[in-house]
Design a protein around this ligand. Structure first.
Ligand SMILES: Nc1ncnc2c1ncn2[C@@H]1O[C@H](COP(=O)(O)OP(=O)(O)O)[C@@H](O)[C@H]1O
Ligand SMILES: [Mg+2]
Length: 252
């Protein structure tokens, strides 16, 4: 059974059709990296998987459960999916430990001792064992994003969605977050990752999907899609991403 199975997914906001028929599946243990220009629908795709956006048409199954079925218990499905955003979305008025325990206690009904133990384990896993008592504002962006990942892991997700987790970071902080993500890959976590980090995608992705204009333009092994893309649109995109400073004025 696929971890995620998407058929004929469409999503419109008013007159704007953002997803125009997406078919995609992610197998257990796979790391699928989604790349594509700004506005191509990548975040919307991710948000449809846990129904943060309601699809206009199509079906989505998560471990066999159809989330697009109106009778689906979406809260139960969401509990099995971790999501990490570009903006870390930590609670600023809570300590790191409290950020990691609040959903464990309220949603999973864990007692304080167990929640604290799980939080400590996951902070250690992301290299922040000494930051449990700190507030988010006292941490660097890279540390905050590692806390956000540890918070997700504390819910024991079967599957994790990452939406450009390093895009808001200063360049020197990107590596520490990618290192944590690599360790999740090594542990066999199923991951759907929207990213502009091409070398990361090349190294860890089972498959790369290139989206543009609300459709999947091409997908395949990273060496193919990133190394020798079949489609002109993919080539143009990669050229722009890999040589961002070489835009000619004719393109503006
Ligand atoms: N809630 C919304 N309401 C209206 N338009 C939206 C909404 N969310 C996204 N969009 C539009 O949908 C398009 C795709 O957005 P998004 O999925 O965020 O793309 P990407 O993540 O690839 O940059 C954009 O044109 C964006 O402005
Ligand atoms: Mg986005």
């Amino acid at each position: 059974m696929s971890a995620i199975e998407i058929h004929g997914l469409r999503k419109s906001f008013g007159d704007l059709e953002v997803l125009r028929g997406i078919d995609l599946s992610v197998e257990p243990g796979e790391v699928l990296c989604v790349i594509g220009p700004s506005g191509s629908g990548k975040s919307t795709l991710l948000r449809c998987v846990n129904l943060l956006e309601q699809p206009s048409a199509g079906t989505i199954r998560v471990s066999g459960v159809e989330v697009t079925d109106p009778d689906c218990d979406i809260d139960a499905v969401r509990r099995r999916i971790g999501m990490v955003f570009q903006q870390f979305n930590l609670f600023g008025h809570l300590t790191v430990r409290e950020n990691l325990t609040i959903a464990q206690r309220r949603v999973l009904r864990r007692g304080r001792a167990e929640a604290d133990r799980v939080a400590a384990e996951n902070l250690d896993r992301v290299g922040l064992a000494d930051k449990a008592g700190a507030y988010p504002a006292q941490l660097s962006g890279g540390q905050q994003q590692r806390v956000a990942i540890a918070r997700s892991l504390s819910m024991n997700p079967e599957l994790m969605l990452f939406d450009e987790p390093t895009s808001a970071l200063d360049p020197e902080l990107v590596g520490e977050v990618l290192a944590v993500m690599r360790s999740l890959v090594a542990d066999g976590m199923t991951m759907l990752v929207v990213t502009h980090e091409m070398s990361f995608a090349r190294e860890v992705a089972s498959r790369v999907v290139f989206m543009d204009g609300g459709v999947v333009v091409e997908s395949g092994p990273p060496a193919d899609v990133l190394g020798s893309p079949r489609e002109e649109r993919t080539r143009e995109f990669l050229h722009r991403v890999l040589e961002p400073t070489r835009v000619s004025t004719a393109e503006l």
